[in-house]
Structures are given as C-alpha cells and as structure tokens.
Design a protein around this ligand. Structure first.
Ligand code: MG
Length: 203
C-alpha cells in the first residue's frame, strides 16, 4: 500500500505558504508506517518544533491501474475519507531552502492521520464536498473540493502515468488554507459535511 499526497492543490493555501502553483499536480509519498494506528494520539516528534496540521480529503483506490485516462478515473475509486497530512514545517522549510526532498518533514510515523470511515462517493457531490478541521472545538480550516486546482479524476490520471495504482492505495488530495501548529494537549476533529470523520489527541 502506498500513500500519495498532492501539494498546492488549493490556491489560497499555496499563497499562505508563499508557494507558486503549477500546471501539473505536485506530489510526494509517505510510507505505510506513516498511518496513525486507530485511536492512537498523535505524538509530536522530538525532531520538530513546528508540526502543522493539514486537513485533506482522501481517495482510496479500489482497482489496479496504470495510464488511466481521466474519463475512466472515476472507476478506480468509490469512497472518500478524510485525513491530516501532518508536516514538520520547520524541517520542510530547511529542505526546501537547500533544494532537498521533503520526505523527512512529511513521512514520519503518525504523519498520516486517517478516518476509519469512508463515505461512498454516490452519497457525495464530488465537486462540492465541504470539509473542515476543528481544534479544541474551534474551526481552524474549512475547505471544499470545488476549490481543488486538480480534481480527483485529474489527480488519478496524472499519478497513474508514474505509478501503478493498486487496491488500497491512498491519495491525500491537498489542504485548503488555515494550516497551523499543533500543541500537546489539543484535540483535532475532522468533518465531511457535518459527519465527524476522526478525532485525534495531540501529545
Ligand atoms: Mg498536504
């Protein structure tokens, strides 16, 4: 199983980090060990003083494929979940400044929070999925799939040029604006529409 994450897929988030946007999706991988075990708290790793939350819609692949045409991409997923792409922003900034890969900032253990519930896509309007993140009961990020620069089908088609997509692979589809630092003791809750998808305590 692999976890592929899309970066800079929401204009206002790219702007808040001072990043340019591109005419192709930007992506990186997290290892399988990044998945936070069910019900576990998120432990702030010792190597970072600035871990950020990034709430993201997550697509789970349900059919293997390569070189998938955009018009057929919808056949390769049936459910949408929600996750957090936890990011060591301080490490990422160092890597970016040196022109190095970001994996150290993105792929550490626990960096992929994931909802155990996934919603059948037939129950959602794919180009209008509202989602949000609450920190200690206060809304910190709000997004909608309509603001994605690359939609689910475009992402799948694009990625499948490089990687064979396999059943169970996860695609984190990028975060809207409002990312911020987590502090021990906080509780993060993610929602798609008004449905609570996950809850995680920061330690
Ligand atoms: Mg992200």
């Amino acid at each position: 199983m692999k976890i592929i994450c899309i970066g800079r897929n929401y204009l206002n988030h790219a702007k808040e980090l001072g990043n340019s946007i591109s005419n192709e999706p930007l992506f990186f991988l997290k290892p399988e060990t990044a998945i936070q075990p069910k019900g576990h708290p998120f432990f702030i790793p010792d190597f970072s003083d600035n871990i950020h939350y990034e709430v993201e819609l997550v697509v789970r692949i349900n059919k293997s494929g390569k070189h998938i045409a955009e018009k057929f991409a919808h056949k390769y997923y049936s459910k949408i979940g929600l996750g957090i792409d936890f990011t060591a922003r301080d490490i990422q900034e160092e890597c970016k400044a040196k022109g190095l890969p970001w994996e150290k900032a993105k792929g550490f253990d626990g960096s992929a929070q994931l909802s155990r519930t996934f919603i059948d896509k037939s129950k959602l309007e794919l180009d209008n999925i509202p989602f949000r993140l609450e920190k200690n009961g206060e809304q910190v990020q709000i997004g909608n799939s309509k603001d994605m620069l690359f939609n689910f089908d475009k992402i799948i088609s694009y990625l499948s040029q490089f990687y064979t997509l396999k059943i169970g692979d996860l695609i984190y589809t990028g975060t809207p604006e409002g990312v911020g630092k987590v502090i021990a003791g906080e509780t993060l809750k993610g929602f798609i529409t008004d449905k609570e998808m996950f809850k995680v305590v920061v330690k």
